[in-house]
Design a protein around this ligand. Structure first.
Ligand code: AMP
Ligand code: MG
Length: 481
């Protein structure tokens, strides 16, 4: 019985959009991680694990799989360039029993025509990191690519040192990105954009086929999904780290987990990525960047929005200009909900602003601050916020949420859904990865397990709420090659 139920709709696109490739066989594949929950979600039944390892290590091409590398371009740190899957190979689109379609992609299975000078391979630690972070994001309720397995290849990869090679299986509703449209527009032409747009609409948003202006409707829809995604990131303190247009997904999922990290102490300027020297992708700049990326995307759609260029620019600009107002509205709603407020009143915005200001001023942890409001008892020192201004703020907030429909209890219920207790803090992520790299997965698995219920406080979580002073201020992340 085949493991995957593959279909390959992407191959219907003209052959500019991809190259057929073969994964590089792994000499000594060994399964390090398998995501049983995801297997279930995908209706994958594995009778023979060896068979699965063979497929996911690139050692056996499955029936119905026509592996391809996808072409795409993108703006990296603002500069436009040709890219493409240089170390990723799409095995096929798996259809679940209820006909949901997911890309099954191998990351690190060797070179493709888009590899340029890269080796197409991946080292084990960044792949474990992607597994951990993407699963944590999924359990935090944020749309994301997922990770099905990590397999060690038995082949060395050469970076600054010699490392163990690995292949990660990435699962995503599709890998269509802003950069795919940029490729179609600037390395093809308007017919290619039309082809890609029709494919995207049929695959992800079939209801838009009936829209009066499908291109404009698609712009609006994806803008909305991306705004919701960024609001989610801001809600949980997530910093993507490399929001290039090739890493901006059209179906609105978080992906490319290279340099991402979670913010501890609240500061909108927080950056961890070693190459983001100007803070382009800083925590608080993520809304500006997504708007910029969506603008680059809108430019590729212009002739489909209206054949009259002036009219098209007018319509697209109007949509893009609506970003600020809609995003701001969504952001406030999210911040109010973090404080337990579902029916905002005048003055509530001051409450939010003041809390953020106090957090920044007193260098308080973003996640723990919201947890403290609801459950001060779980923190050791009741000194958490002994500052007078904080105390005054808390009193003000307490009297405010009493006025909510359902009172404080309802407010707390809402807060519980909005504010994770446990996030994958950088210190513990690194500890889990360092130990796993030395083949000790005990900590990795217990951490991953706790991250399955991040909104539910468990006593075992307590030790994961604090990290050594100064760890984050020296922490640096890297684009995972
Ligand atoms: P990323 O930073 O992962 O978004 O990758 C940017 C571009 O570099 C994409 O085209 C990747 O496919 C390519 N790339 C990254 N790492 C490698 C590698 N080891 N070998 C070949 N191409 C790579
Ligand atoms: Mg990428």
């Amino acid at each position: 019985m085949p493991i995957f139920n593959f279909d390959n709709s992407y191959l219907q696109l003209s052959d500019k959009f991809y190259r057929e490739v073969k994964p590089n066989p792994a000499p000594h594949p060994e399964l390090l991680l398998l995501n049983k929950d995801l297997m279930k979600d995908l209706d994958l039944e594995v009778l023979d694990e060896n068979e699965l390892v063979k497929i996911l290590s690139g050692n056996g091409i499955v029936e119905d799989s026509q592996p391809i590398a996808q072409a795409y371009a993108g703006h990296q740190f603002g500069h436009f360039t040709m890219l493409g899957d240089g170390r990723a190979i799409l095995l096929g689109e798996h259809l679940t029993e209820s006909n949901l379609r997911f890309d099954i992609q191998l990351k690190g299975a060797g070179q493709t025509p888009f590899s340029r000078r890269g080796d197409g391979k991946a080292a084990v630690k960044p792949m474990l990191r992607e597994f951990l972070m993407s699963e944590a994001m999924h359990n935090l309720g944020v749309p994301t690519s997922r990770s099905l397995a990590v397999i060690i290849t038995g082949e060395p990869v050469y970076r600054e040192t010699v490392l163990d090679g690995a292949v990660l299986t990435r699962v995503m509703s599709s890998h269509i990105r802003v950069g795919t449209f940029e490729f179609a527009r600037y390395f093809g032409g308007i017919e290619e954009v039309r082809e890609l747009m029709n494919y995207t609409i049929n695959r992800h948003f079939p209801e838009l086929n009936d829209a009066q202006n499908p291109a404009l409707a698609l712009l609006e829809k994806v803008m909305d999904l991306q705004m919701d995604l960024i609001v989610n990131w801001l809600r949980i303190g997530f910093i993507h780290g490399v929001m290039n247009t090739d890493n901006t997904s059209i179906p609105g999922e978080t992906f490319d987990y290279g340099p991402c990290a979670f913010m501890g102490i609240y500061n909108p300027e927080t950056v961890f990525s070693s190459i983001d020297r100007d803070g382009r992708y800083a925590f608080g700049n993520q809304p500006n960047i997504i708007k910029w990326n969506l603008s680059r995307w809108a430019e590729t759609l212009l002739s489909l929005i209206d054949p009259d260029e002036k009219k098209a620019i007018e319509l697209a600009t109007e949509k893009i200009n609506s970003f600020d107002e809609i995003f701001t509205q969504k952001w406030w709603e999210m911040m109010f909900a973090k404080l337990g407020i579902s029916n905002p009143k005048p003055g509530d915005d001051d409450l939010v602003n003041e809390l953020l200001r106090l957090m920044e001023l007193h260098q308080k942890d973003y996640t723990n601050t919201f947890t403290y409001l609801r459950m001060p008892e779980i923190f050791d020192e009741n000194q958490f916020f002994l500052d007078e201004k904080f105390e005054a703020w808390i009193q003000k907030w307490k009297s405010r949420i009493k006025l909510e429909n359902g009172g404080t209890n309802f407010a707390f219920e809402l807060m519980k859904k909005q504010n994770p207790v446990l996030i994958p803090r950088n210190y513990y992520v690194e500890k889990a990865l360092d130990e796993a790299e030395k083949s000790d997965f005990l900590f990795f698995h217990s951490f991953l397990d706790l991250l399955k219920t991040p909104y539910e406080f468990l006593p075992e979580m307590k030790e994961f709420l604090q990290t050594p002073d100064e760890f984050d201020s020296n922490y640096m992340t890297f684009c995972g090659t």
